[in-house]
Design a protein around this ligand. Sequence first.
Ligand code: OGA
Ligand code: NI
Length: 355
Amino acid sequence: MILPSSGVESEYDRKSELKAFDASKSGVKGLVDGGMTKIPLMFIHPHYNPDAKSGSAVSQFRVPLIDLDGVDDNATLRAKIIDQVREACENWGFFQVVNHGIPASVLEEMIDGIRGFHEQDTQMKKEFYTRDFKEKVSFASNFDLFQATAATWKDSLSWAVAPIPPHPTELPAVCRDIVMEYSKQVKRLGYTLFELLSEALGLNVNHLKDMDCAEMMFHAGHYYPPCPEPELTLGARRHTDSGFLTVLLQDQVGGLQVLHQNQWIDASPMPGALVINVGDSLQVITNDRFKSIEHRVLVNSASSRVSVASAFGTTLFPSSRLYSPIKELLSQENPPKYKEATLQTHVAYLRGKRV
Ligand code: OGA
Ligand code: NI
């Protein structure tokens, strides 16, 4: 695919470049397949200076790892797991889990399925290309292509389970079965996690589920193609997730980083593990006790990377339901930091504060 030449900077017509890119319906993968060696201007992040000191190699910090083995049948282990979850959500907003009950074969097949979608013939992908993310299934590059100051180096296949999953025939044939299976299993894991989070807050085990935290789901199967100039762009700029909780499956390539004590720490891939993070909505209802933490994705020139983000609670489908900090967590010393409002209002407020 050929993009209009960007020419000299003064003549640069960013809007046309974005439109041509979007109209190609081929995503970033389409650019890479075209053999390009310099990334188009629209992807260049002006303020992104890759910090040579970022990454785990230079830090003593590690994203907490929690072993869920025994969570359902061993009271002593469950109590220990709940302590670890509380600690991780208060201090990191991120943790990884192993022995979470989703078989390694399902994780592997899911990565393969999403890779299979993105690496299939472009014509097959184009029929799913849309910016209407309320469609049950959509393929697009950059959800916020026309809003963001710089585009990111990724394409995404998204599907919503809100609250009814897509019919299998609505999904791309190449990954249909595994997407249905993985979505089902990750929802079950979500229930377990919301139970643990409820108990970690000292609440009834069903409290968060009863607030409908696990009902709406949005999944994004990301593909980060190899990038000829990885130091000029990002796979995902620094951001927080807007929902209650995200479960992230990643392949073994790496690139996800979490901001912790002002350092970018690698959420390093581990076979069989899933990355869990607190979103803005959970931060609000816990009155800032559990933290929604900024994270980003770096790209590299050597290999493509696949990840699947499953967000519980999504502000994509506006709901009139009002949320405020959970009463049981409040006291005279801990008054509510948020008024009653819709999740969209809360998320917009939090984001405004962070800029
Ligand atoms: C996201 C996200 C990280 C990744 O989808 O919100 O942060 O590693 N993804 O793909
Ligand atoms: Ni994210």
